[in-house]
Design a protein around this ligand. Sequence first.
Ligand code: HEM
Length: 456
Amino acid sequence: MKNLNPMDFENDSLLSDLQGNILKGHGRDHTTNIFLQFKNTEKAKNKAKKWLNEFAEKNVTSFKKQLRERDLFKRNKIDGGIFSTVLVSASGYDYFLGIGKQTKLKDMAFIEGMKKRIQLNNDPKKEDWEGGFQHDSHILVILADDNSNRMGAFSKNLLEEIQEFADIHCIQYGNALRNANGDGLEHFGYVDGISQPLFLKDEVDAYMSFHAITDKNKLKFDPTADTDLVLVKDPYSKEANAFGSYFVFRKLEQKVQKFKKRESELHFGELGGASIVGRFEDGSPVSLDKEDGIIGSGNFNNFNYDTDPSGGRCPHFAHIRKVNPREADTQKRIMARRGIPFGQRNVSTEVDPNFEQMPTGGVGLLFMSYQKSIVDQFEFIQQAWANNKDFQHSKTGIDAIIGQSDDPTARTYNFPIPYGKAPTNLPANQRQFNQFVDMKGGEYFFAPSISFLKNM
Ligand code: HEM
C-alpha cells in the first residue's frame, strides 16, 4: 500500500495491531535497549509468556498510538511519554513455540541469526564481540523517551519484574545528538536520517512541498514507498490484518578522533569528508546539480547520480552512494533506518572540538533497520555493495564508512580532484582511508504483530 492515510478507516485494524517505529521513527531522544534470554524451565516459560502478554496489552506502542501521540504533540505540545517495542529473535521463537528451523518466518538470515552470518558479512569474529552480544537473546525490548529519568525509572521496574525468569545479557543506551537546527547527528558530526522511505501520505506531501515540486514525475528521487518494502504478514497471529517486520540491530563503534584527523589530512578541505560520506556535515549532498542550489540544502534529498556517472562530485565509494545508488532497480533494497547514537561525549559537536577533545572510543551508532527481507535488503547492501570494492565499478574501493574487508587494497581510493572531474590517481599517501567503524555485536529479530504478543 502506498501513501498510507491513517485517517482512512479501512487501515484501522492494520495500524492498531502493528508495532510502532516501523513505518515511522518514534522520534524520542533517549532509548534503553534490553537484550534478554528467558530461563530454561517450564515455570519460567509460563511466567515469561504471561509477562509478554501483559506487556503487549499495556505497554507496547502500536503504530496507531504512535501517530495519535505525534498529532497531540504537534497540536498541543503534549509529550507522548514512553514508547515501547518488542523484537523476537529466531531463538526466541524457538523458545516459545519450539519450532526451530520449521518456522514460518522464512528469512534465512533471521533463522540463522547474526553470529552464523559473520563470514558472509565479514564481521569480526564472535570472540571479539562485546560480551553481552556473544549470548543468544530471545527478545530485545526497546524503550524510548525524551525524558531519560522517566525512562530510567520505568526500565528499573521492568528489570525487577523479569529478573525471576530472565537473564539480562546486555543493555545498550542510545542518546540522540543534535546540531543547532535540531537535526540528528551521528558521532562523526554529519546529519543522519535524512533519506528514508516515506510510507505516509502526509510525509510524501511534505517532501514534495519542501522540494518545491508539484508534479511527481519531475522528482529526481522519489522516496514514496509501498508498505511492502518493510511489512511481512505475521504468520503466527490469528488476526487477518496482522503484520510485522524483520529487524536488524548492530552496535557500531566509531573512532571519532582518528576519523576526524584523517579527514582533515585529505588535502581538499571540507570536500574531503563530504567525499567520504556523500553529504557535507549539515546534510547537503556533495553531488548537487547547479540548479538545485547549495545554501540551506541540508535536508535536500531530491537528487540522483545521473549527471555524475564518473563520481567526479560524489565518489562511488562515498557511504550514501554505495548504500543507495538511487537507480530504479535499486529502490527495492531500501530499509527503514531507525538507528541512534550511543556513548557520551565530553565536548559537544556544536563546539567544533579540538582533536584532543574528541572521543577515542566508546561512542558510535546503534544501527537499526526494518525490512521485508534481511537477506535482500540489509545483508545485500552490506555484502554486495558496502563490502565490495568493485561495486559499482572495478576497483572503486569499499564503502568508506561501513565497508569491511580483509583485502589490503580495498581502502585505496581515487578521490575526485578537482571537484567535478573524474577521479584521478593521487600519490599513494593521499589515497588510503582506513576503517574507523568497528562492529561490536548485534542480532537479527522479527517485530511481531501486537496480537501475536498478546496471545502467545
Ligand atoms: C557508524 C556507522 C554509520 C554511520 C556513521 C553512518 C552515517 C550516515 C550518514 C551521515 C548518512 C547521511 C544521512 C542520510 O542520507 O540519511 C547515512 C545514510 C545512509 N546510511 Fe549510514 N551510517 C552508518 C551505518 C550504516 C549501515 C550499517 C548501513 C547499512 C548497511 C547504512 C545505510 C545507510 C543508508 C541506506 C543511507 C541513506 C542513503 C541514501 O538514501 O542516500 N548506514 N549514513
